[in-house]
Design a protein around this ligand. Structure first.
Ligand code: AMP
Ligand code: MG
Length: 248
């Protein structure tokens, strides 16, 4: 894919988009996703893997909470990838990721993912460019392997502006309900915004065999709609069906 420049892409909803109307559309999509998920589970042929990436406070947790709020918990699970443990770092970077991939009939959400291994690790110079290139090749092979096994993958980059991020990080110091998310490390990471952007753009360029969706995320209601619509449309395209009883 040609080099994509994040600062050339708007993080805001289209001007004509109207908040209340979009919230209604999202509600309908949430319900429809639940219906499709039931069929996905019943048919037991396909799996869905949904990857969320984005800067701190870009709204990954909120997207998970909103889009899948109607889905039967038996058919879905979330894994949030944190700083690797000692056991995890003793293995190749995909070891901990592969173990979390969805089995047939399931939806799995990755809140952060294998992409951290070519993002935060590059910003902090834990790996060099050569290793990053090798890892990106391994990521393409890995995603192709999953795809060939009927695991359909959606990759969302939640796109916010640095100004929006500063506001959201400030809220974590001011609003009681948000304080638990306050992490002094986030302000330090935010200083590396340009570096993160550069390495994200590198991922979009080199790991786009399974394509990325850049989601304008300055407004949560629009982000939720875009993600819900993409999840819904993919399930509809997979078109899972309830199996009937075997003929005698
Ligand atoms: P949070 O998503 O706020 O719970 O934070 C999780 C933290 O784990 C973030 O700071 C990530 O950058 C970090 N993290 C996740 N995966 C990795 C990784 N593979 N290597 C280093 N840090 C990671
Ligand atoms: Mg955080």
């Amino acid at each position: 894919m040609a080099k994509l420049k994040l600062d050339k892409i708007s993080a805001d909803p289209p001007r004509e988009a109207e908040k209340e109307a979009y919230k209604e559309k999202t509600k309908a999509l949430q319900k429809a996703i639940d219906e499709w998920q039931n069929k996905l589970y019943a048919e037991h042929k396909h799996a869905l893997l949904i990857v969320f990436q984005g800067m701190d406070a870009s709204g990954k947790d909120g997207a998970v909470r909103s889009v899948f709020s109607e889905v039967n918990p038996q058919g879905i699970s979330v894994h949030s990838f944190k700083v690797p443990t000692e056991e995890e770092t003793d293995h190749d970077f995909l070891w901990r990721i592969h173990k979390q991939t969805p089995g047939k009939g399931m939806i799995k959400i990755f809140n952060r993912s294998h992409y951290e291994d070519v993002l935060v690790t590059r910003v902090h110079k834990l790996i060099n460019d050569k290793t990053a290139k090798e890892r990106m090749k391994a990521i393409n092979d890995f995603e192709n392997l999953l795809t060939a096994n009927n695991t359909h993958i959606l990759k969302f980059y939640l796109h916010i502006t640095p100004e929006e991020q500063s506001e959201r990080l400030a809220e974590r110091m001011e609003i009681k309900r948000k304080m638990w998310k306050y992490n002094p490390g986030d302000a330090i990471e935010a200083k590396s915004w340009k570096e993160y952007r550069k390495y994200y753009e590198d991922c979009f360029e080199h790991c786009n065999e399974v394509p990325w969706m850049i989601v304008p995320s300055n407004k949560n209601w629009y982000k939720e709609y875009v993600v819900a619509k993409a999840v819904h449309d993919l399930l509809k395209k997979i078109n899972p069906k309830y199996p009937s009883l075997e003929k005698e």
